[in-house]
Design a protein. Structure first.
Length: 284
């Protein structure tokens, strides 16, 4: 990309002074911005995403989202290469057609769409959460309908947050330069699996921590915090947007592993409420 093209596409990111002779005078800040844009473009990042990264209060966090999308697209390219290799070995178009009809790029599409459907890095975390269950073939008509319902929901959902809550959500789901997003999700999943597979033991081992958390959740400090407000907002959003009725219910059809996960979660919640009945109103 020529310098003139860079300036035109990134005119909101750099502001060179126009001299009397018509030449542009770039400041050290402009030069630094151009270097940043150059590096990000070399990484294959779009101008719109570069704008988001450059203007983000946490550039590493914004870049993590782009990296995740790049990994999904690499997965698609890998599937394409595998298809070509299979055809080179044995040119069986019917076999590859049947395989692509069942797998195709559909499950990657859901993951990618989730990233952009919600503000900040909240979509990234949702994509990682649901993504680990999206590993089954779409091999029935019910699954195909469930897939289409999920995609339609993601394409039309609108989570509008007031500016201050949007900033809080961005800060909450942020990623520092020393933390890998996937690692965070993996560690969270490990703790969740530990709890689901041995709920009684987990609650006992973490009893002090849980009781402290319960006490905090019932405090005025929490009830008046941004965290409490965002939780109330998200609960209302889920009830009003069809999150549970459409996204969750169709995910259960699309993924047997997700359906099994929810069953275990319901059992764990029942055990939790017996030990801590005060937790009943925490997520209502």
């Amino acid at each position: 990309m020529l310098i003139k093209e860079v300036c035109e596409k990134c005119k909101n990111l750099i502001h060179p002074q126009i001299l009397e002779n018509g030449y542009r005078d770039y400041s050290d800040k402009d030069i630094s911005a151009l270097k940043e844009i150059f590096v990000l473009r070399k990484c294959g990042i779009s101008i719109s995403d570069i704008t988001e990264i450059v203007n983000s209060p946490n550039k590493q966090s914004a870049l993590a989202k782009c990296k995740y999308i790049a990994e999904l697209r690499m997965q698609r390219l890998n599937d394409i290469q595998n298809c070509m290799n299979s055809l080179i070995e044995d040119y069986d178009v019917n076999r590859e057609f049947d395989y692509l009809q069942k797998h195709d790029e559909n499950l990657c599409t859901i993951k990618e769409k989730l990233v952009f459907a919600f503000p900040g890095n909240y979509g990234l975390y949702l994509s990682m959460h649901f993504g680990r269950f999206l590993n089954e073939a779409i091999d029935t008509e019910d699954k195909r309908k469930a897939y289409e319902a999920i995609v339609n929901y993601i394409d039309t959902v609108n989570l509008y947050l007031p500016a201050e809550l949007s900033e809080f959500l961005e800060a909450f789901f942020t990623v520092s330069e020393k933390i890998d997003t996937a690692k965070i999700e993996e560690e969270k999943n490990q703790r969740m699996n530990e709890m689901l597979n041995d709920t009684d033991g987990y609650l006992e081992r973490n009893r002090e921590e849980i009781e402290q958390y319960m006490e905090y959740r019932n405090s005025d400090e929490y009830k008046n915090s941004d965290a409490a407000e965002i939780q109330r907002f998200m609960i209302d959003f889920q009830k009003e947007s069809g999150y549970r009725e459409i996204l969750t219910e169709n995910m259960k059809i699309l993924s047997s592993s997700y359906s099994e996960y929810l069953k275990k979660l319901e059992i764990a919640n029942e055990i939790m409420l017996k030990k801590y009945p005060e937790a009943k109103d925490m997520y209502q």
